[in-house]
Design a protein around this ligand. Structure first.
Ligand code: NAG
Ligand code: NAG
Ligand code: NAG
Ligand code: NAG
Ligand code: NAG
Ligand code: NAG
Length: 793
């Protein structure tokens, strides 16, 4: 201040001191550059200056210029920065300096005008600017941007701003009243954060100098999210297949809705909408935060075949947005239901004769599963006389029908087990047992263990004695099994079998009602019937053959030689009889059976044992030698005829022999003319007799008639001598007597018996030369004989 004041004083003292020499130079001239030849401009001699003190006063803190005394030139010693020198950006910038020459003192005022050159680029104070812009900002909205500075002046200072290319932004420059330019960022198109969350722009400030200089700033526009995106599911509909009975807790689906927004605008809460049924919500649960759907209840195919869930995803924005989807769960069937058999109608009792094809039961099958799991195969467990036939109209219904004839006597009751098995994997099954009782039907006749009973009854039995028990068996039940026994009545020669025999109707015990006599009746043949009490009754019969067994109850009867009661037989024989001649023949008959009636003959007394022999079998008494005169004329022979019974019975005959001189023709000369029969067995002997009698009797009848007629007219011409004739007083039967007979005897016997209406037959004894003569009693006349004889058989 003092200095400036002094300069001012000096200027006042010296006229001419106020004249100012002005120069103009560009800033930033190189050091050493000559500004002007100051000496010349000021009219100073260089020689004069050499001895003088020269001083340059520059009123800055820097010495920019200096003066060369030798050349008188003003030159640059330090680069002049106009912006430094005149920071306030005046329109003109001067560097004032005083050029002082001493002794004499002279002061020259010099003004050095500094002209601007474009040495400064525009510059932003912050090279990075961050802007938060809501994505909901409308086009046209403005945002202030910081402006740049350029120390240069005039055209060298900022001329304009430019913005890097952007679809959404532009800039508008406004100039203030002081000429300052302000830059606004203008939104030209709506922002979408989801498309581009950050816009990086470059703002460039450009000056007007040559060359042009510029400065840039980074403009970072951060787009602030608004909740403009709803949550979205990948799919509108999710289709899921699940097996039924999936365990609780199983994950069904993890829903993953996306929200393009950010922050709470993208945070999603899941929920079922009202369109999701309560039932479905009982089965599935939804985690609101994770979107996981899990099984919560029992999934039953038979209950629900599919579930539909309507899901809503909601973000947490101030004005939340929604997204929706649908989930369809198709339940797949598992074989979890057992087949079921229902017996709709059943006949538990049927008669055993039920016809084949009769329906016993109606059976229905069902299985709540589907497909193979519900296909049922029904069968009968064991082989039985029943089959299942599918009703044609209803495929799950079957008729249980009888397939084979049934028989209660074999199987009285059936337990029919029906098994229904489905074709699932693994299969499930059910079974049902139907019990069928068979009712008895009278389909079995009583059965005797034998078809023919031969019962031997000893004659002289006590009346009412038990003969046998004939029990039949009937496999039917109840009244079909209750048997009644009775004798099938058949009139045989006026004899009713029920007068002879009696059967207990309840137990089949057979009794004899009378005492039998072998000599009268030898056998009976009749039928016994057993009849059940069914309706209609069934019966069967059995043949009973009663054989009366002989007892030795008849003593032999001596029929030849014949004698009156108690009398002695007297025979006369010629004294000249040869040795071996037949003297007499003793014939005894025994009415007992063959065995009991086998008779042997023995001498009980004989006057001369050397004279007579007795054949023990045929009863013939023959001479053993010729009679001599020494021999007595009278001989007494006692012969006993003894049968074969046990004990044996016997009869005796006493024969008195008188030897006479007359010639008597011996019987021994008589020729035998045997009636030959074949060998017969015991039983068919009678058969032959019967059969033979039919034809034979006719002949006999004729013969006998003729004989009788002849006897009346011509007395006994054909008859043998009286001692050999058979005149049986007893009217009894002569049967099975073993006789050794010659024809003479046979003939007499034949005649005697025939006269009584009896049939006599002779036949040879097996293995012997003897014969058996049989006499069959004839109760009735000859004309009826043949019929009666046949019927006894
Ligand atoms: C859900 O979607 C998002 C985005 O697409 C993904 O990152 C994530 O892994 C998904 N989650 C599942 C469980 O799929
Ligand atoms: C039904 O079951 C029976 C016996 O188990 C078998 O023999 C038959 O083949 C089965 N039928 C079908 C169609 O499966
Ligand atoms: C089973 O039924 C079919 C038709 O439904 C029929 O033709 C067939 O005769 C029946 N079988 C028996 C044994 O009844
Ligand atoms: C019938 O079913 C019962 C159980 O319900 C089982 O014990 C039995 O073995 C089955 N019978 C047959 C023949 O399958
Ligand atoms: C059967 O008996 C009746 C009377 O009792 C009698 O008239 C009839 O002659 C007898 N018949 C025979 C073949 O004996
Ligand atoms: C005995 O039964 C048979 C069949 O077994 C029958 O032919 C016969 O006539 C029956 N006899 C009598 C006498 O009923």
């Amino acid at each position: 201040m003092a200095y400036w004041a002094s300069v001012f004083v000096l200027a006042a003292l010296w006229p001419g001191a106020l004249s100012v020499t002005r120069y103009s130079i560009a800033e930033e001239m190189e050091r050493g550059s000559v500004v002007a030849n100051l000496a010349a401009d000021l009219g100073l001699e260089l020689g004069g200056l050499a001895q003088r003190e020269v001083k340059l006063d520059i009123f800055t803190n820097k010495k920019y210029l200096d003066f060369n005394k030798k050349t008188g030139e003003l030159y640059i010693v330090e680069r002049i920065d106009r912006e430094y020198l005149c920071p306030a950006k005046p329109t003109s910038c001067f560097l004032k300096l005083d050029f002082i020459i001493e002794t004499p003192l002279r002061i020259f005022n010099i003004e050095l005008g500094i002209t601007d050159i474009n040495d400064n680029a525009p510059h932003f104070r912050r090279d990075r600017v961050e802007l938060d812009v809501s994505e909901s900002a409308t086009p046209g909205e403005r945002f202030s941007l910081p402006n740049a500075v350029d120390p240069d002046v005039g055209i060298n200072t900022i001329k304009t701003y430019k913005l890097s290319t952007s679809d959404h932004f532009t800039i508008e420059i406004q100039t203030g009243s002081d000429g300052t330019q302000y830059v606004d960022l203008v939104l030209t198109k709506s922002l979408d954060r989801e498309e581009k969350a950050v816009h990086k722009l470059i703002l460039t400030a450009v000056d007007g100098g040559v060359p042009v200089r510029s400065g840039t700033a980074n403009i970072i526009v951060r787009v602030q999210d608004t909740n403009d995106n709803p949550p979205q599911f990948d799919k509108q509909t999710y289709t899921i297949n699940m097996a039924e009975n999936t365990p609780i807790g199983t994950l069904v689906v993890n829903l993953n809705a996306t929200d393009l927004d950010e922050g709470s605008n993208s945070e999603i809460v899941y929920s079922f909408t009202l369109y999701t049924s309560e039932k479905t919500q009982d089965v599935f649960t939804l985690n609101p935060n994770t979107g996981e759907i899990t099984v919560k209840g029992t999934i039953d195919y038979e209950d629900m075949k599919f579930y539909e869930m309507h899901i809503e995803a909601k973000d947490k924005g101030a004005h939340p947005l929604l997204g929706q989807c649908k989930i369809v769960v198709h339940v797949t069937d598992m074989n979890d239901n057992f087949p079921e058999i229902t017996v709709q109608s059943v006949k538990n009792t049927v008669p055993e004769n039920v016809p084949v094809g009769t329906v016993i039961a109606l059976v229905g099958v069902s299985d709540r599963d589907t497909g193979d799991n519900g296909k049922i195969n029904i069968s009968i467990h064991e082989a039985m006389p029943f089959i299942l036939n599918k009703s044609s109209d209803r495929p799950t219904h079957y008729n249980l029908i009888v397939s084979e004839p049934l028989d209660r006597e074999k199987v009285p009751e059936y337990d029919i087990t029906l098994i229904a098995r489905d074709t699932g994997k693994p299969p499930l099954s059910d079974n049902e047992t139907i019990t069928v009782h068979l009712l008895d039907v009278n389909d079995n006749a009583p059965q005797f263990p034998q078809s023919f009973y031969t019962i031997r009854v000893m004659e002289n039995n006590a009346p009412g004695s038990l003969l046998s028990s004939l029990t039949a068996f009937d496999p039917d039940l109840h009244e079909n099994q209750y048997l009644v026994y009775f004798i099938i009545e058949k009139e045989i020669a006026n004899t009713s079998m029920s007068m002879l025999f009696s059967i207990n109707p309840e137990n089949g015990n057979l009794y004899a009602l009378k005492t039998f006599d072998y000599e009268i009746e030898k056998e009976f043949l009749f039928h016994i019937e057993a009849r059940d009490s069914g309706s209609p009754p069934l019966s069967s019969n059995v043949t009973v053959h009663i054989i009366i067994v002989d007892q030795n109850d008849n003593a032999p009867v001596i029929v030849s030689p014949w004698r009156a009661h108690g009398s002695v037989v007297e025979e006369k024989i010629p004294r000249s009889t040869d040795k071996g001649s037949l003297v007499a023949k003793v014939i005894a008959l025994d009415t007992d059976s063959v065995h009991n009636s086998r008779i042997t003959y023995q001498f009980l007394q004989v006057t001369d044992a050397s004279l007579f022999s007795l054949d023990q079998y045929n009863g013939e008494i023959r001479t053993m030698r010729m009679f001599s005169y020494k021999d007595s004329r009278h001989h007494r022979l006692v012969v006993v005829a003894k049968d074969n019974g046990e004990p044996a019975l016997s009869a005796t005959v006493t024969i008195k022999l008188l030897t006479v001189e007359t010639d008597v023709k011996a019987y021994s000369d008589m020729t035998e003319m045997p009636l030959e029969y074949d060998i017969f067995s015991d039983i068919n002997l009678y058969l032959v007799i019967g059969l033979a009698s039919v034809s034979f009797l006719l002949l006999i009848t004729i013969l006998v008639t003729i004989v009788l007629k002849c006897q009346k007219s011509k007395p006994n011409k054909t008859a043998p001598p009286s001692r050999n004739s058979v005149i049986s007083e007893s009217n009894s039967t002569i049967a099975d007597s073993p006789l050794v007979s010659n024809d003479a005897y046979w003939y007499s016997l034949f005649l005697a018996e025939t006269r009584k209406g009896k049939l006599v037959v002779r036949q040879p004894v097996p293995k012997g030369s003897r014969y058996v003569v049989s006499s069959i009693p004839r109760g009735t006349g000859l004309s009826e004989t043949s019929d009666s004889a046949a019927s006894t058989l």
